[in-house]
Design a protein around this ligand. Structure first.
Ligand code: F6P
Length: 526
């Protein structure tokens, strides 16, 4: 890629942004064809990106920016198992997890598809045993409650997807999620459960995450104390890329489901980390979920950039972050079932692209990943939308809404949909000046948004939505020239937590500890 070319595109985009800041978004709709020009439908998802500060020149430049970054080459390297995570010397093969199992993806000369097939079959067998009540606890009772102990990628995907696809629940098994090391969570939950009928899923790629292991120790003690036996490991399933560590911990090999180093934690919902989801919706729907993502992968790798949904969303994001100085992205699902989607996306996007050093170790001179935030509409409308409409910050929005509902209250669903469309319109067009009596009533409008319209929140649509954002994040990482697949920034906090724990528990004050932290520790100990 030529740096000069990139510089000149960058400069041209800056000029366009400066000019466009004077324009009115609603005037862009003087072009009667605007909606059809700036919208795209693929399988379960329709993307309307017409309410954005985009014109043909800007689109052309953004697409050129993608081309100068060798995006097409990068997509093919991602999908075929090249080392895209250079700092950890690994590929990022989450897309293989949803591939047709008869295809071949080679890693170090070995076709990994049979491995994926084997673990998926093992996971589905376990799901069937649980559904049929064949899997029993040590007292011989059927399992009724399943607690996922995991954090970050070993929690956010499963907890979000189980809730999102509640309408597809296949069995009366109750699923619970404990991620926080805050003892209030696990102790509060255990009070409501029967140890004889509770199964814990210990979800941890590394099997070294302190929060998860601390909660697991509480679970072990609770089982031992209440069931009056040390033989409680039938109540544990491990899902991990480190089966040796799981065994050291006491988990039986037959109760261990594997995944691999080449699956990033925040991309792991497609692997056996998806066990809670598979238990909830059953193997058939889980396959549909994978199929949705596979279709998005095919679209991503096989569609020209001009009509490629993840590429377009990524470019729109870059346009606002780098040329409109918009550091945040509000993600507003008009679906209570997608309530946890913004949390999920926070990890996916911010852990991936929250970087300031390029993949070749240089400080970047531009902004990178957005601060992602949001919550389900309409609740957000009665909390923070005031700031979206009349605040001083420029905040692009992704609205997500499904045309149809699983609820029998179809009319009420239309109220939900209407609110979503009304908010997007209000943000874009602002108030009609004729109706304004006082300055404080003025709604400036000119706030851009995308609307992602799903036909219905099905397993296939959810799979597609997640894959869409995964690829969007990937494209942005390529254009920003950063490694989207590591997370070194999380490590320092983990190390310091261990030092602080020793100080809090044993009073050891590390010489390297800063005075503020030392003082806080002393106060807490006192
Ligand atoms: O927060 C850092 C992180 O490493 C995430 O990337 C990961 O999803 C999470 O911790 C949990 O890690 P593990 O699955 O290894 O317990």
């Amino acid at each position: 890629m030529s740096n000069d070319k990139r510089e000149s595109i960058w400069q041209a985009l800056e000029n366009h942004a400066n000019q466009m800041k004077e324009s009115r978004l609603k005037d862009f709709f003087n072009d009667a064809e605007r909606v059809s020009k700036y919208s795209l439908e693929f399988d379960e998802i329709y993307l309307d990106y017409s309410k954005n500060f985009l014109n043909e020149d800007v689109m052309k430049l953004l697409l050129e920016l993608a081309q100068t970054s060798d995006l097409e080459g990068a997509i093919s390297r991602l999908m075929s198992g090249h080392i895209v995570n250079n700092t950890e010397n690994r590929p990022a093969l989450h897309t293989a997890l949803r591939q047709d199992l008869s295809s071949q993806i080679k890693l170090n000369e070995e076709n990994i598809m049979p491995l994926i097939k084997l673990e998926k079959e093992k996971m589905f067998r376990l799901v069937e045993q649980l559904h049929q009540g064949i899997y029993k606890g040590v007292t011989g009772k059927k399992i009724t409650d399943i607690v996922n102990l995991g954090i970050g990628g070993s929690d956010l995907g499963p907890v979000m997807a189980v809730e999102a696809l509640q309408s597809y629940q296949q069995s009366p098994l109750k699923l619970h999620f404990v991620s926080n090391v805050d003892p209030d969570v696990i102790s509060g939950l255990l009070q409501t459960l029967d140890p004889a009928t509770t199964l814990f899923i210990l979800s941890s790629k590394s099997f070294t995450t302190t929060e998860t292991l601390a909660n697991a120790q509480v679970a072990i003690k609770w089982l031992e104390d209440n069931l009056k036996t040390k033989d409680i490991f039938n109540h544990f399933i491990a899902v991990t890329a480190n089966p040796e560590k799981a065994q050291e911990f006491g988990i039986k090999p037959e109760n261990t489901l594997r995944f691999w180093e080449w699956v990033g934690g925040r991309y792991s919902i497609w692997s056996t980390i998806g066990l809670p989801l598979a238990i909830s919706i059953g193997p058939e729907h889980f396959e549909e979920f994978l199929m949705g993502a596979r279709k998005m992968d095919e679209h991503f790798s096989g569609t020209p950039m001009t009509t490629n949904m993840p590429v377009l969303m990524a470019l729109i994001g870059i346009w606002y972050i780098n040329f409109w100085q918009a550091p945040t992205l509000a993600v507003l699902p008009y679906s209570q079932r997608l309530r946890r989607f913004p949390d999920y996306l926070q990890q996916l996007d911010m852990e991936s692209n929250g970087k300031s050093v390029s993949a070749v170790g240089k400080n970047v001179k531009y902004d990178t990943g957005p601060i992602v935030w949001g919550q389900a509409g309409t609740n957000g409308q009665h909390a923070f939308y005031q700031l979206l409409h009349q605040g001083t910050h420029f905040i692009p929005v992704d609205f997500i809404v499904a045309a149809k509902t699983h609820s029998p209250l179809a009319d009420q669903h239309l109220q939900l949909v209407a609110n979503c469309l009304a908010q997007a319109a209000a943000l874009m067009q602002g108030s009609d000046e004729v109706d304004i009596k006082f300055a404080h009533e003025h709604m400036p409008g000119n706030k851009p948004s995308n609307t992602l319209l799903l036909s219905k929140l099905t397993p296939r649509a959810l799979g597609q939505l997640l894959a869409l954002y995964e690829h969007k994040v990937f494209v942005q990482g390529i254009i920003w020239q950063i490694n989207s697949f590591d997370q070194p920034g999380v490590e320092l906090g983990k190390k310091l937590a261990n030092t602080v724990i020793s100080s809090l528990v044993r009073g050891e004050t590390g010489s390297k500890m800063d005075p503020s932290t030392r003082d806080l520790i002393e106060r807490i100990r006192a």
